[in-house]
Design a protein around this ligand. Sequence first.
Ligand SMILES: C[S@@+](CC[C@H](N)C(=O)[O-])C[C@H]1O[C@@H](n2cnc3c(N)ncnc32)[C@H](O)[C@@H]1O
Length: 268
Amino acid sequence: MRPGEAPHPAWVAYEPALMPPLARMAEEGITVLEEWFRWGEEWSMLLRIYGNLATTGRVLEIGCGQGRVAFALRYLLAAGSYVGFDIDQEKIRFLTRTFHPAHANFEFIWADVHNSFYNPNGRTPATQYRFPAADRSMDLVFAASVFTHMVPENAAHYFEETARVLVPGGRCVCSFFLLDHYVRTRQRRPGFDNARFAFDHGYGGFGDEFATVEPSDPERMTAYRRSLVERLAQRAGLRLACEPLPGYWSAASEAWIGAQDLLVFTPA
Ligand SMILES: C[S@@+](CC[C@H](N)C(=O)[O-])C[C@H]1O[C@@H](n2cnc3c(N)ncnc32)[C@H](O)[C@@H]1O
């Protein structure tokens, strides 16, 4: 913890020191502690069911943030290995200082990759970043609310890197806001029925297959049509392992499996 920042009390969680302070969580829009746990548990469930996560799995997380999902995986993956990378140096510093010493099989890597919202001064274009993993070395690659902050040219390269590092038969589980589920005039669900999720602006030459909430900062929040995601993934050598799973956010369907829409890929 930084000076002046009280760690969470022991009754909140085992290993409370692995959790970021509330003020840091709030920077991610998490205003209640329950949401921090809920999201991690949601992803732990999704990765077990759709990512074939095994206790001995080799896992790569794209955009690991402050370790919200890693926290939920730390004992599940006790006999496996986990590498998480993120472009926010502070988050990686925190995880390297706290999480890695407690769980040596969890590693965190900083990537100084440009993102108009999260790292506007990043030196490496996302299209040139090489994931910190060898070819065909990962059973599972996942991204929890990261492609929701990326423009298509960058997502295309991240799919190529995912295809490179996955073993044959491996899984890639990632969340999106699918424009197929976005109807401007329909009331979205609580928490999402506000301007932060108003995908009303085009970008680049992607027509109605891609939208951002803020053209001057396109990676603040992004949404894709399924057709575009599938095309980018196919070009990279990935195919959908199942139909996209609808999320809660859009109110497009009564049944949903998590907050965001979920896409599951496997090497073609
Ligand atoms: C909404 S947060 C989600 C964090 C984490 N996945 C979680 O579930 O708590 C999005 C994260 O993606 C990271 N990010 C954005 N663009 C990225 C990129 N090109 N490569 C890796 N991480 C990225 C941000 O720094 C941020 O930590």
